[in-house]
Design a protein around this ligand. Structure first.
Ligand code: DC
Length: 226
């Protein structure tokens, strides 16, 4: 298949600003945006709905094989569907957030979603954000960014995001949840959160979203011109 643009991988821990920045960058270059965290959240939502145990790998994989996970354009956020059910808001609720690390640690889930993500990215012209995009899903991506920010800053950002969605979890709880998720995502056996050797690390703690987007756009333009 002829490639219609670059593959841009944006990885980093929870609430580092990946999805906001990835969306802006995708819009600027008319690239497709793919939020892989939403795919892990979607299967987790389905597992909770079905009452399947989070650690029952065979049952979870069987569920995943039965469902399609789709994105549709929407503002301010892309819409997410599991089959014909819209789950855009449901997958951001605390029950899914607190269960997604367990589901995303299952090797069978990772290999299936990795395969789906590679198909989505195949034609290029894509900004994909997640934890293992540069290291595992798209090891040949032309642009790899690893975004980090302090835990305090990330908890503040999530507090703001949540307020817009009507979720009222206190700051201290958010901080604790972020630390827990970092720990689980970084220590799982299969493709843990790691910076690819050839990724560019950006600490966004004292940067605005626009500054981060500008910096990544600069890196993409530089690559495009080669
Ligand atoms: O980015 P997020 O918070 O929506 O991601 C939800 C969870 O999915 C996160 O705790 C780790 C997991 N995840 C993953 O394991 N691999 C990815 N490529 C993306 C997300």
């Amino acid at each position: 298949m002829e490639k219609q643009g670059l593959q841009v991988a944006i990885d980093g821990p929870a609430s580092a600003g990946k999805s906001t920045v990835a969306k802006i960058v995708a819009q600027r270059f008319h690239y497709i945006y793919c939020d892989t965290g939403a795919m892990y959240r979607a299967i987790t939502w389905k597992v909770l709905q079905a009452g399947v145990a989070l650690t029952d790998e065979t049952a979870v994989k069987a569920l995943l094989d039965q469902i399609t996970i789709r994105f549709e354009p929407g503002t301010p956020v892309q819409k997410v569907f599991v089959d014909d059910t819209e789950v855009t808001l449901a997958i951001r609720q605390p029950d899914v957030t607190n269960s997604v690390s367990a589901v995303s640690a299952l090797p069978a889930v990772r290999s299936e979603l990795t395969e789906r993500q590679r198909q989505i990215a195949e034609a290029g012209g894509i900004v994909m954000d997640g934890r293992d995009i540069g290291s595992t899903v798209l090891p040949h991506a032309e642009v790899k960014i690893f975004l980090v920010a302090s835990v305090d800053e990330r908890a503040q950002r999530r507090l703001k995001d949540n307020a817009a969605k009507g979720i009222t979890t206190p700051l201290a709880t958010l901080k604790h949840e972020i630390e827990e998720r970092d720990r689980k995502d970084s220590t799982r056996k299969v493709s843990p959160l790691t910076q690819a050797a050839d990724a560019i690390r950006l600490d966004t703690t004292s940067m605005s979203i626009e500054q981060v987007a500008d910096k990544i756009a600069e890196i993409i333009k530089e690559k495009e011109s080669h």
